[in-house]
Design a protein around this ligand. Structure first.
Ligand code: ADP
Length: 487
């Protein structure tokens, strides 16, 4: 388990303050120690001085003024008197190191003997054992050492004071640590929470969830969250864009492979359809070579070759037109056209054929405008009207009308005739599809007309549909985007 930064920060701050208290306590305790030492050293030096003065005074008041004799005879009394004056327990030794005063129980250790030896060389020394201090100083008459006074000094008071201060520092240390930990914990809480939230955000992004948010803080953590949020949005956008591109690419690939398939099929159909009239022409040529004098054959060959050549010609033309439809939008020469006028122009060009079949033509033309390529529009209308003539009865009827519907222009071409069977209706826009091959052939049909119309209409941003077809009439409707007449 990871330790939270809240805990880490708090422990660090607590430790830092604890260290400060520790160093401070060391300095203070060292100060107290040296101060206590200086105090008792000075006090004991004064006691030593006082003892020497008192000894001098006592000797001078004695009849026998030889110090050694005095110590030997009245040493014990002197020591007791000195104890009373100094208020300290003490021991008195002569110059040989022999105890002349009353013996104190705890005054006899190896260390004290060593210290005594040192003090007998006219030097002051002291030693500390537990809370007892033994101060050994020369007893002198003038400059001459006559013995050693050993004071007993209790350090209990000093030690108590020292220990009390030390305990105080320990308590302060623990208190400071706990208090600073708690305060730091709450102080860092908000920072740590911010960082924890950032960490969660990053984790979410890593898992692919990009709906991050901005922390409402005005510090670096706030701007960091803003940065992460921005980054997450950009990543999301890039991924979306990438997915979008991928989708488009997929659609394009599918479209391309479909086109490729259609093209292969189309070429197959074209060659197949070309082969039939060519075979017929070739057969006539062979026959004419064999029977050059057969006038009847010659006559039949002339009409058949003529019609097959016409069919081939029309097929080539439509294939050329179809391949011409494979162009980019900018290649069309689009202009604003009044569709009624264009329809009339096409009807005029077909008038001879209409009259030939004794067909009655009715029009209901309105002034509507489209933005389209004139050649494309002509191809559409010529083919549809040509079909309306071709697949009509003799002395049948054709009705052409156009009207505006919302922002579209509709052209409807209706004709009498046998109609298109339901099962064929689905396929009439496929290249080379004909309902009745012989009838189509008789009329010079190739099965390419409606597929050419469909492609051309779509190239102009419109659509074509077979609205209805039964034994009475067949209706096709072309819908094209209109242009507003009032600008
Ligand atoms: P084609 O060039 O042979 O005329 P199309 O693609 O134009 O070929 O037409 C496909 C088939 O749809 C035709 O064979 C015909 O049977 C049928 N068709 C097309 N237009 C009409 C129409 N106006 N009335 C009846 N049938 C039609």
């Amino acid at each position: 388990m990871k330790t939270s930064i809240k805990i880490k920060f708090s422990i660090f701050l607590g430790m830092l303050l604890l260290l400060t208290v520790f160093i401070l306590s060391l300095l203070v305790l060292r100060g107290i120690e040296s101060n206590q030492q200086a105090e008792y050293e000075e006090y004991l030096a004064q006691q030593a001085q006082r003892a020497n003065i008192y000894f001098m005074q006592t000797i001078l008041s004695e009849a026998n003024k030889v110090p050694e004799t005095f110590l030997a005879t009245k040493g014990e009394q002197f020591a007791e008197a000195l104890e009373l004056i100094s208020g300290q327990l003490l021991a008195l030794y002569d110059n040989e190191g022999t105890l002349v005063s009353r013996k104190i129980a705890h005054m006899d250790s190896h260390d004290i003997r060593r210290a005594l030896g040192f003090a007998l060389t006219n030097k002051t020394t002291y030693l500390v054992e537990g809370d007892s201090l033994y101060y050994l100083t020369p007893l002198k008459v003038g400059r001459e050492q006559v013995g050693v006074v050993q004071f007993y000094y209790s350090l209990a008071g000093e030690l108590r004071f020292y220990n009390r201060i030390r305990q105080l520092f320990i308590n302060i240390g623990v208190g400071v640590f706990l208090l600073s930990f708690i305060l730091a914990y709450f102080y860092f809480n908000s920072f740590a929470n911010g960082i924890i939230q950032l960490q969660k955000m990053v984790e979410q992004i890593r898992k692919g969830h990009f709906d991050t948010y901005v922390l409402s803080r005005k510090d670096e953590i706030g701007s960091l969250s803003q940065g992460i949020h921005g980054m997450s949005e950009r990543i999301q956008k890039s991924i979306q864009d990438m997915e979008e591109e991928q989708k488009k690419l997929k659609v394009a690939i599918n479209k391309l492979s479909l086109l490729d398939q259609q093209q292969k099929q189309f070429i197959g159909n074209v060659t197949h359809e070309f082969k039939t009239p060519l075979t017929s022409i070739k057969a006539y040529v062979d026959l004419l070579e064999m029977y050059p004098d057969d006038l009847e054959l010659l006559e039949k060959a002339k009409t058949d070759i003529k019609s097959e050549t016409q069919r081939l010609y029309e097929m080539v033309e439509k294939v050329l037109q179809l391949s011409a439809m494979e162009k980019y939008d900018f290649e069309y020469n689009k202009e604003k056209l009044e569709i009624g006028q264009v329809i009339e122009g096409v009807i005029n060009s077909l008038r001879g054929k209409i009259e030939k079949f004794g067909i009655e033509l009715e029009t209901d033309l309105k002034e509507t405008y489209v933005e389209a390529d004139k050649d494309s529009l002509t191809i559409i209308l010529v083919n549809l009207l040509d079909n309306a003539i071709k697949y009509n009865h003799t002395r049948g009827n054709i009705h052409v009308k156009n009207y505006q519907k919302d922002n579209q222009v509709v052209v409807e071409i209706a004709n009498t005739g046998m109609g298109i069977p339901k099962e064929a209706a689905q396929r009439i826009f496929e290249p080379f599809f004909t309902v009745d091959r012989n009838r189509s052939r008789e009329n010079g049909g190739t099965g390419l007309g409606l597929s050419l119309v469909k492609r051309t209409v779509e190239g102009q941003g419109g659509s074509i549909a077979l609205v209805k077809s039964d034994s009475k009439s067949t209706v096709f409707s072309v819908i094209l985007p209109s242009v507003k007449t009032v600008e």
